[in-house]
Design a protein around this ligand. Structure first.
Ligand code: AMP
Length: 194
């Protein structure tokens, strides 16, 4: 397929453990850049399928092919023609490769990937304290610990994948929200060392 010159999507990826502040940073960036923010977790919660809900409430990951299909279908929507900010995807190397292939076919690229680094104990505390506002079944201490454990296992190969392509920026996720947003913005403007 030859890439459509009107559609060369530039993507930003936001990585971080559950409760690291990905959603907050993604929506701030979405507002400042005027591109949609796409959360794989939110897309999958909209699916409302019994089998997927059970897996999600246990904190385990859903199969790569299902998640990849849902996210790529969302990226095909007209509002994401110029790009989007992705939160929660990719979470495995297979997903990262599927995304690379999809971008290659469309002449698109990953503009940058940001990793919001927050210590695991802080992640669990943050998830438990946001439960009152999130109303998410998986925001409780037992599932939070499992989600952090899965995250610690899933993340290193993904970070290596993007570091190897020189697309990765590590950000101290314990900083105030505004400061993190500013560092991300500066990195995008090329004012921040990788
Ligand atoms: P999140 O809102 O990103 O914390 O995702 C909530 C849940 O959705 C996860 O615990 C997984 O069950 C599922 N999920 C979201 N994104 C992915 C993904 N990229 N790969 C596999 N499962 C995912």
């Amino acid at each position: 397929m030859s890439p459509d010159p009107e559609r060369r999507p530039q993507l930003l990826l936001i990585f971080g453990g559950p409760g690291a502040g990905k959603g907050t940073q993604t929506s701030l960036l979405g507002q400042s850049l005027g591109v949609p923010h796409i959360s794989s977790g939110e897309l999958l919660r909209e699916h409302q399928r019994h089998d997927t809900q059970n897996v999600m409430s246990s904190g385990e990951l859903l199969p790569d092919d299902l998640v990849t299909r849902v996210v790529l279908a969302r990226l095909e929507q007209p509002d994401a023609a110029q790009g989007a900010i992705l939160d929660g995807f990719p979470r495995t190397v297979a997903q990262a490769r599927a995304l690379d292939d999809w971008l290659e076919q469309r002449g698109g690229a990953i503009r940058a990937a940001f990793y919001l680094d927050v210590p695991p104990d802080d992640l669990v505390a943050r998830i438990v304290s946001r439960r009152e506002i999130s109303h998410r079944g998986d925001d409780n201490a037992a599932v939070a610990e499992r989600r952090v454990e899965i995250f610690n296992h899933e993340m290193p190969p993904i970070l290596e994948h993007y570091a190897a392509h020189r697309q990765l920026y590590r950000i101290d996720g314990a900083q105030p929200v505004e400061q993190i947003h500013q560092q991300i913005t500066e990195a995008l403007e090329g004012r921040h060392a990788q």
